[in-house]
Design a protein. Structure first.
Length: 256
């Protein structure tokens, strides 16, 4: 997806953080001790908002796209303690040792080399600060298809989509190794299922798939291939209403 394209400006502003995500952060963080947090790769500000809603008094969203930052500013309009900054995850331009918490959600799969990003996070954190990375590993992506994990059907039907997907994903061992190289310690790994979308009806879900809504990987299919995939999913899913689609994520927590 082109994060600098006007047509994608509001793609990441129209939903809220999953309550399961909020609950996990409350379990693994002493967020009441966090005075300032960074949301690096903030996109439309969904998780910038969520960090404020957890009770963190000061949150800065960082993104390299002016359009995403404009959308995030609108999304967080009226919220106290929120500011935004244009910067790259590998070189933010922010002050050293200035934050207690850094969140990087759905960011590292855009980076071929994660080491500069992790080193920059280490530089930005105060001693004892927490670094949270959330992304999908190859194992998360390639789970079998089901009504809860619809993306799994994409990959079983078209193996080349699976190859495309895992080519940009980092394995957990690689993430942990690079965190250690950057100087982090007390590294933990957590697994989280997040609700992606509740489809009111199967027909509505199939129509969204045909339109490729919010699923950039489907643009790699021809129209005929996409129709073949939709018919396959139609046969696989027997539920007609309230299909709760989820994605599995891995979250790494590390301490400076």
């Amino acid at each position: 997806m082109d994060f600098h394209a006007q047509t994608n400006k509001y793609t990441y502003t129209s939903r809220q953080a999953d309550p399961n995500w909020m609950n996990l952060l409350q379990e693994i963080l002493d967020y009441k001790q966090v005075e300032h947090a960074l949301d690096i790769g903030c996109g439309g500000g969904i998780y910038t908002r969520a960090l404020v809603e957890l009770g963190i008094p000061s949150v800065t969203g960082v993104d390299s796209s002016e359009l995403m930052l404009e959308a995030a500013l609108e999304n967080c309009h009226g919220m106290q303690g929120v500011q935004f900054h244009k910067g790259d995850a590998q070189k933010t331009g922010l002050r050293q040792a200035s934050s207690d918490l850094i969140l990087e959600r759905a960011l590292i799969h855009h980076l071929r080399d994660v080491q500069p990003c992790f080193s920059e996070a280490h530089r930005l954190l105060r001693p004892g600060g927490i670094f949270l990375i959330q992304d999908r590993t190859p194992e998360d992506c390639l789970l079998p298809g089901s009504p809860e994990h619809i993306r799994g059907y994409f990959f079983s039907s078209f193996p080349r989509l699976a190859e495309m997907e895992i080519s940009r994903r980092h394995g957990s061992n690689k993430v942990i190794e690079n965190l250690r190289i950057a100087g982090f310690r007390e590294i933990e790994k957590h697994t989280l299922w997040e609700v992606r979308h509740v489809h009111e009806t199967k027909e509505k879900m199939l129509a969204d798939l045909r339109a490729r809504l919010g699923r950039s990987i489907l643009h790699a299919l021809t129209d005929d291939e996409l129709e073949k995939l939709v018919l396959f999913i139609d046969d696989c899913i027997t539920e007609e209403r309230d299909i709760v689609e989820r994605d599995r994520w891995t979250i790494w927590k590390a301490v400076k």
